[in-house]
Design a protein around this ligand. Structure first.
Ligand code: GLP
Length: 254
């Protein structure tokens, strides 16, 4: 694991966008695994800015998103489909035929998960997978307790995740209780993984991901076993790790 400390959210977004840009420049037809949530918004903004300046070309890029709420689709303001289009895809020259998000409106979960696994396989594999992290250490929508051998599957969202994500909805009751998510197995098959985290409320999840035991109770901890993971986190998200580092250096708690 390579861990880069960013000063703040802005710095984190620029660093993450630089890593993604490098991937696009080195492989113009790369397959990018994309994420939603507040963490990647700044990264997407930065990539859009560089695209508008003429520094980036997305015309041959394929995108594959991690997850989608089951029951929500393009007409729902809170769907990940809308999030991706509003925050990124509509502002770059990606071919929309090459953009992929699980279809939340397909109620036959077996059919949809099978289709999505095919999409991933046919793409030739994800070159770079961007990840945020949930407060409980989830990646994509792989909640604590999910086994590591899963491909795309139907998830029953945990109460903690429904509560955390209710900030994007008018009320807690409106948050869907299920989602389609790439599984840990699919995520681990990506050639490169870039995880971003910002804010003190992510400090425990980041600490457990990097320093804790590898356990399904902290889904992101499996990343310790991937051979090409980069974590870009701001000082607040790294605070528990930095504190421990200080203790180890100084020999005592200050
Ligand atoms: C959601 C998404 C995750 C994301 C997480 C954290 O549950 N499914 O992919 O990483 O939220 O979101 P945020 O970046 O807003 O903290």
């Amino acid at each position: 694991m390579r861990i880069y400390q960013a000063k703040d959210y802005n710095d984190l977004s620029r660093k993450a966008a630089n890593i993604i840009s490098a991937q696009i420049i080195m492989k113009p037809n790369a397959v990018l695994g994309l994420a939603t949530g507040s963490s990647p918004i700044g990264t997407y903004k930065q990539l859009i800015e560089w695209y508008k300046k003429g520094d980036l070309d997305f015309s041959e890029i394929t995108t594959i998103n991690l997850d989608e709420y089951r029951g929500l689709g393009p007409d729902d303001a809170q769907s990940y489909y809308r999030f991706m289009h509003e925050n990124f895809l509509d502002h770059i020259n990606v071919n929309t035929n090459n953009t992929n998000i699980p279809n939340g409106l397909e109620m036959d979960s077996e059919k949809e998960c099978g289709r999505y696994n095919e999409v991933i396989a046919k793409s030739g594999g994800i070159d770079l997978q961007l990840l945020g992290i949930g407060l409980n250490g989830h990646i994509g929508f792989n909640e604590p307790g999910t086994t590591f051998d899963k491909e795309t599957h139907l998830v029953n969202l945990s109460e903690a995740t429904i509560k955390a994500n209710s900030r994007f909805f008018n009320s807690y009751e409106q948050v869907p209780t299920q989602a389609y998510s790439m599984g840990i197995k699919s995520i681990m098959q990506a050639k490169q993984i870039l995880l971003i985290a910002s804010g003190e409320n992510k400090a425990q999840a980041i600490y457990d991901t990097i320093c804790g035991p590898i356990t399904p109770m902290v889904p992101a901890s499996i990343l310790q076993l991937h051979n090409n993971v980069t974590i870009v986190a701001d000082t607040d998200a790294l605070s528990l790790i930095l504190k421990e580092h200080e203790i180890l250096k100084g020999g005592q708690l200050k």
